[in-house]
Design a protein around this ligand. Structure first.
Ligand SMILES: Cc1cc2nc3c(=O)[nH]c(=O)nc-3n(C[C@H](O)[C@H](O)[C@H](O)COP(=O)(O)OP(=O)(O)OC[C@H]3O[C@@H](n4cnc5c(N)ncnc54)[C@H](O)[C@@H]3O)c2cc1C
Length: 357
């Protein structure tokens, strides 16, 4: 187990804000994970588990306890009933694993290409993009249960997956450390080309694209929106989409349509959103007056994506939170809808306790 003291956390995140971790522990095996937990308990310090740092806003005060940097690796493949099962260490880089699954000609993750972060981060918010969510392919999640120190294998229904949620970021937040995730994929399966952007990309293609070509297309589309981390592109110094698409009741949706009509606006309706009565948070943000490229000191909104709050260099967590609150207030004033952030806030007063394990 590798322990460092007073480590800056900002460089370990994609947004690049936040203070120091009192201790940073890198764990490469389940045993080291246990030792890190023992270390935090012996000192009565709060524990926070960090994967790739791509969905985090870390406070300027940092983390007063132990940050466990998950680095458990390994990909094991086996066949069962014509399916391919991949058991993957939580510390593997997500996109490298997706690339591996595509190389093995297994379908199910191709639309999730290019998402930053670790394998262990994917069940937490049920990562999704371009028509796929990991909940569709996760067979089980191996965890260390901090309540009793037992290793458990949680089957898919036990993870309580829903839109950007699971038990890991709701009811059981802070209880489990994810060690491995098993995905069940379709050998030789066809890519899922259902999302509007992907359909448009392949509109003039006659043949069904391969998984590899679909992966390249997804990465290309993501790069055009700064949703792929590309060195040198300042618009990707973000935590991805900062707000979730709100899911409305019928009454709330009717109210929104009325407000929009009074402003000569039409609420966009895409099949993927309409099925769950989801409204595009990006549309709400833009039509509340925040254009792409909006800048406020060292923070702003990406030039390529209205939902990404970007650190333009030297931003603090306080700058990020101030812009987040300004956007929330304006969207609520204009449309009567409260936007909820997607990233995890770490080390802020109200979150500090609930993040501790
Ligand atoms: C440019 C960009 C594009 C993005 N695009 C998408 C997208 O299309 N779809 C999408 O869903 N997300 C997207 N994201 C968000 C982010 O990449 C995902 O949520 C990712 O899965 C987070 O994984 P991570 O390893 O970076 O987790 P972290 O950011 O390190 O942590 C996030 C949360 O997961 C917990 N966690 C992480 N690993 C473990 C573990 N092993 N055990 C227990 N808890 C753990 C942490 O404690 C924290 O609460 C994007 C982010 C960026 C920067």
């Amino acid at each position: 187990m590798h322990i460092q003291e007073n480590v800056p956390l900002a460089p370990l995140t994609t947004l690049g804000v936040g203070g120091l971790a009192k201790y940073l522990v890198r764990a490469t095996t389940s045993d080291e994970v246990r030792k890190a937990v023992d270390f935090s308990r012996a000192r009565n310090l709060p524990l926070f588990v960090m994967g790739g740092g791509s969905n985090l806003v870390i406070s300027d005060a940092g983390w007063p306890g132990i940050v466990l940097h998950m680095d458990v690796r390994g990909i094991d493949e086996r066949s069962e009933n014509g399916k391919a099962l991949f058991e993957v260490g939580a510390g593997e880089t997500w996109d490298s694993f997706v690339a591996h699954s595509v190389t093995r000609n297994c379908a199910g993750l191709e639309c999730l290409s290019g998402i930053p972060g670790s394998v262990g981060g994917t069940p937490v918010q049920n990562v999704g993009a371009y028509g796929q969510e990991v909940s569709e392919t996760i067979e089980s999640v191996q965890v260390l249960d901090l309540r009793d120190g037992q290793l458990r294998e949680l089957c898919n229904p036990a993870c309580g997956f829903s839109y950007r949620t699971s038990i890991f970021n709701t009811t059981e937040r802070g209880r489990y450390i994810i060690l491995r995730v098993t995905y069940v994929l379709e050998p030789g399966g066809e890519p899922q080309i259902e999302y509007a952007d992907l359909k448009k990309f392949f509109a003039t293609t006659q043949k069904t694209p391969t998984l590899q070509i679909t992966r390249e297309a997804v990465r290309q589309i993501r790069a055009s929106k700064a949703m792929l981390i590309v060195p040198g592109d300042d618009d990707c110094r973000s935590a991805g989409s900062f707000f979730k698409n709100p899911i409305l009741t019928k009454e709330e949706h009717d109210d929104l349509v009325t407000i929009a009509q009074a402003k000569s606006l039409k609420v966009p309706s895409y099949p993927a959103l309409a099925a769950q009565r989801k409204v595009s948070a990006a549309w709400l943000v833009e039509n509340a007056g925040f254009q792409k490229g909006y800048t406020k000191g060292p923070v702003g909104i990406s030039h390529k994506h209205a939902l990404a709050i970007v650190n333009r260099g030297g931003a603090s967590a306080e700058d990020v939170v101030a812009l987040k609150s300004e956007i929330q207030r304006r969207v609520e004033d204009v449309f009567g809808i409260r936007l909820h952030p997607e990233p995890v806030f770490v080390g802020f007063k109200e979150e500090a306790n609930s993040q501790g394990a």
